[in-house]
Design a protein around this ligand. Structure first.
Ligand code: S3P
Length: 432
């Protein structure tokens, strides 16, 4: 992907209502947990980014059938009998596909191989290999990276204190635990996104969650899931690009419809409160056990600097690149810390952001677990920015380009298709 996207300069503000794409995390879970229901279920408003398509194609290789009813609506036909795949299973760019699927495959009585693209092949997998092996799976890897060759079988439940607050680790173990002997109990010091837990409750699994002396816990036992239709809310991580654009571009006032506001994902709203951004939550409601709202954001003249650390980090982990863009407009020093796992995302997001911002003339200091940005400095230079095939960097740089005086070139911009193929059309639609 060496296409270079040259951004349009200056806009007179953003206005109007938009519908952003379905939540990617919930879409992956609807497919995988839906496939475990042993029935026909209708999934509405499903993400069609490359990442969720990777999950769907792997399920097809495992014998699960689907039929699209309309563009974003499909029937999943799960018999409960997963078959040994004839081919290697392609996870593309998707860490969620890899880690959740590893949990499923570890509990099946056959051999399978998961592989991924260049960026995914560099990401750490020890975090799921170790606990799945404790449950009894046999997993060969390339020094704890992909490809993963999984020999699954009858697993036993474990008690596991997760060293990283990662919803992917938690979900992999919950999915494996659904078909294991005994209980699987996972603790997290800081709660990561809980969509798996909420969907498992919705589908009638044997699941308990709460807090004890070790922090947040969730526990599952062997369960038969009930076939129930699932409707997916819009993705707050996709909405984030528009929310920040609306806040920093003069004359903007936009409404983003139908956004998931699960508290484990709304760290961006906490940051908006700190930064004194003008926003409102309208029309709050529930959708398949998940809270949803419309979000109105308008231009905010005096943006306060903010601090991202501790428990807030997992609640906005994917939004840090776009919040770094917000920090360039703040009236002072913004600090991001306790976010070392950003180095293990689709790219090393700390390094990539620091290098790009420095080249643009933004005052930024790199830390091992984050960065410090001095806001309100003019972004002076016109350069070619490297996305490292990371969709969230590409979209963050696009939003940044809307407030820079000079043109920016964004290399490998096509990578936005992994989560948000409609991004540019939507951006153009609301630019005055
Ligand atoms: C995800 C969890 C997060 C997030 C990723 C999606 C999920 O990763 O960064 O984009 O759907 O479970 P970690 O769980 O590794 O933090």
């Amino acid at each position: 992907m060496d296409n270079v996207f040259i951004t349009k300069k200056n806009t007179n503000g953003l206005s109007g209502e938009i519908i952003i794409p379905p939540d990617k995390s919930i879409s992956h879970r609807s497919l995988i947990l839906g496939a475990l229901t042993k029935g026909k279920i209708k999934i509405s408003n499903i993400s069609l980014g490359f990442d969720c398509i990777s999950t769907l194609k792997i399920l097809n290789e495992l014998g699960v059938r689907h039929k699209f009813l309309s563009k974003r609506e499909l029937f999943l036909d799960a018999t409960g009998a997963f078959i040994e795949p004839k081919n290697k299973l392609d996870c593309g760019n998707s860490g969620t596909t890899t880690r959740l699927m590893a949990g499923l495959l570890a509990s099946k009585n056959f051999k399978s191989e998961l592989f991924g693209d260049e960026s995914l092949s560099k990401r750490p997998m020890k975090r799921i290999i170790e606990p799945l092996e404790l449950m009894g799976a046999k997993i060969k890897s390339n020094d704890n990276k992909m490809p993963l060759i999984i020999e699954g079988g009858v697993l036993k439940g474990i008690e596991y204190k997760s060293p990283i607050p990662s919803a992917q680790i938690k979900s992999a173990l919950l999915i494996a635990g659904l078909n294991a002997k005994g209980k699987t109990k996972i603790w997290e010091k800081t709660l990561s996104r809980n969509h798996s837990e909420l969907m498992l409750e919705y589908l009638g699994a044997n699941i308990k969650k709460g807090y004890d002396d070790n922090g947040y816990f969730v526990e599952v036992e062997k369960s038969s899931l009930i076939e129930k239709d699932i409707e997916i809310p819009g993705d707050i991580s996709s909405a984030a690009f528009f929310m920040v654009a609306g806040a920093i571009i003069k004359n903007s006032d936009i409404v983003i419809k139908n956004v998931g506001i699960n508290p484990t994902r709304t760290g961006i709203l906490d940051v908006f409160d700190q930064a004194k951004i003008n926003y409102k939550l309208l029309n709050k409601r529930m959708l398949a056990n998940e809270p949803v709202s419309d979000i109105q954001v308008s231009y905010s003249e005096n943006i306060e600097p903010f601090e991202i650390k501790g428990d807030l980090v997992p609640r906005l982990i994917d939004e840090i690149p776009i919040l770094a863009v917000l920090a360039t407009r703040a009236n002072g020093k913004t600090v991001v810390k306790d976010a070392k796992d950003l180095r293990n995302k689709e790219s090393d997001r700390i390094k990539a952001i620091v290098e790009a911002f420095m080249a643009l003339g933004v005052e930024i200091e790199e830390k091992e677990d984050g960065f410090i940005i001095q806001g309100k400095r003019e972004v002076k230079n016109s350069i070619e920015l490297e996305t490292f095939l990371d969709h969230r960097l590409a979209m963050s740089y696009y939003v940044l380009s809307l407030i820079t005086k000079k043109e920016l070139k964004i290399k490998g911009f096509d990578c936005i298709n992994t989560s948000f193929p409609e991004f540019l059309n939507l951006m153009k639609e609301i630019q005055k």
